[in-house]
Design a protein around this ligand. Structure first.
Ligand code: ADP
Ligand code: ASP
Ligand code: MG
Length: 401
């Protein structure tokens, strides 16, 4: 008998047919003698449409009210799945983040989990129930509902797995594994049978939205293996775990993020200004994708930051207020393409990519390189092309060599 946490994403619970399929699979696992906890996302598209509804009535809705609204999608899936399981003759109970006391920080729209009271889950499991948990949400110390950021149900699943010391965390989605690039964009992308936590953290952090980055960070911290697999084929998927044998190819995947913008603040007299800039960004709780600080020949400082476009617009306004603004520029509609793997520098991959990009005459806005990733920021319209070129140069060529 194993203690299993399964998480189902939006497409997997989109409608009643899908809910019935999921219910059958959960019940099959239960009938095999396992204790089952199931974390669900909102039905596909619902979170987007709730955000749209909110923005129809207020240009910048308050974080508290928006989170309160967004938490509803997951609650709908959870109750419906409990009913679908009940229909198959099994006992199921659905619980919301607040009911389970999933305590979080009060950073609305991007809250971090502080703790989960495992007894509430365990007592129901022991009473024979399949426990269904709403993903993506918790409660702050004032009792307000918070959400964990887009894609956050993965993080709920791993956090629940850690809290109850689950034997297995399975993330079910609409692809059958983690691929060397988004299979919906790069047709030649290959499925990976396994990859290490660090590789997956880099891939998720650089835009592979197949897993919420913080879910993999938590899995690494608590040593929980993740099995990412399909809720459509139910086949074996990709394992993300601590110890992985190195494969021949240094690069494991090419990721991308679209809809990003670059903020540049120049003519700064002191490098202390970077601290002011960071104060503003941290107070807003925005994630920075890339950061560069340089010194011009005239001895002035220049800071460039890459953020998601909506965030960049707000951060730019705040920075203008704080720094007096004339030297700030915002470049929207950019994208970032990254190669992720271990040994980027030692395998001298920077030059290979630079030559490919030169041949294409792409306008490169920023580059960042480390031992585990190499990122290029280009015009949004160039992202798919660059992604295919990098996939060919760094993955397909190496595998066929
Ligand atoms: P869910 O709703 O189940 O959480 P998501 O839409 O968040 O699903 O994530 C699954 C999607 O991630 C896939 O449909 C795929 O387009 C995308 N994706 C991006 N990068 C990758 C990758 N490297 N491997 C597999 N899927 C990827
Ligand atoms: N429903 C949320 C979203 O669409 C959370 C999730 O699906 O993980 O972002
Ligand atoms: Mg997701």
């Amino acid at each position: 008998m194993a203690l299993i946490v399964q998480k189902y994403g939006g497409t997997s619970v989109k409608d009643s047919d899908r809910l019935r399929e999921v219910a059958k699979w959960v019940v099959k696992n239960k009938a095999e003698g396992n204790q089952m906890v199931v974390v669900v996302s909102a039905p596909g598209g619902m979170t987007d449409s709730l955000i749209k509804r909110a923005e129809e009535v207020h240009k910048t809705p308050s974080g508290r009210e928006l989170d309160r609204l967004l938490s509803v999608g997951e609650q709908i899936s959870a109750s419906l799945l409990a009913m679908a399981i009940g229909e198959l003759g099994y006992k199921a109970v659905s619980l919301t983040g607040p009911q389970l006391e999933i305590k979080t920080t009060n950073e609305f729209n991007n809250a971090k989990i502080l703790g989960i009271s495992s007894e509430k889950i365990v007592e129901r499991l022991e009473a024979g129930y399949i426990v269904i948990v709403t993903g993506f949400q918790g409660i702050d110390e004032d009792g307000s509902i918070t959400t964990l950021g887009r894609g956050g149900s993965d993080t709920t699943a791993v956090a629940v797995g850690a809290a109850i010391s689950a034997d297995q965390v399975e993330i079910y989605t609409d692809v059958d594994g983690v691929y060397t690039a988004d299979p919906r964009i790069v047709e030649d992308a290959r499925k990976l049978s396994s990859l290490s936590f660090i590789e997956m953290i880099e891939m998720a952090g650089k835009g592979a939205k197949v897993l919420h980055c913080r879910s993999v960070e938590l899995a690494a911290k608590y040593g929980i293996d993740i099995h990412l697999r399909s809720a459509f084929s139910w086949e074996e998927g990709t394992w993300i775990r601590g110890s992985e044998k190195m494969e021949k190819a240094a690069v494991r995947g090419i990721t991308h993020v679209k809809g990003v913008a670059k903020i540049t603040v120049d003519q700064l007299e002191s490098n202390g200004s970077l601290g002011d800039v960071m104060d503003v960004i941290e107070a807003r709780g925005s994630d920075i994708l890339l950061i560069n600080q340089g010194l011009t020949r005239e001895g002035q400082f220049e800071i460039s930051l890459l953020l998601k476009e909506e965030e960049a617009v707000r951060v730019a306004e705040l920075l203008r207020e704080r720094l007096g603004g004339g030297n700030l520029s915002l470049k929207p509609s950019l994208g970032m393409v990254s190669a992720v793997g271990i040994g980027i520098r030692s395998n001298r991959l920077q030059g290979r990519v630079a030559r490919v990009v030169n041949n294409e005459e792409m306008r490169v806005e920023m580059i960042s390189s480390s031992e585990t990733s190499l990122s290029y920021v280009v015009e949004g319209a160039q992202v798919d092309r660059l992604k295919k070129l990098m996939h060919y140069e760094l993955i397909e060529k190496s595998l066929s060599a």
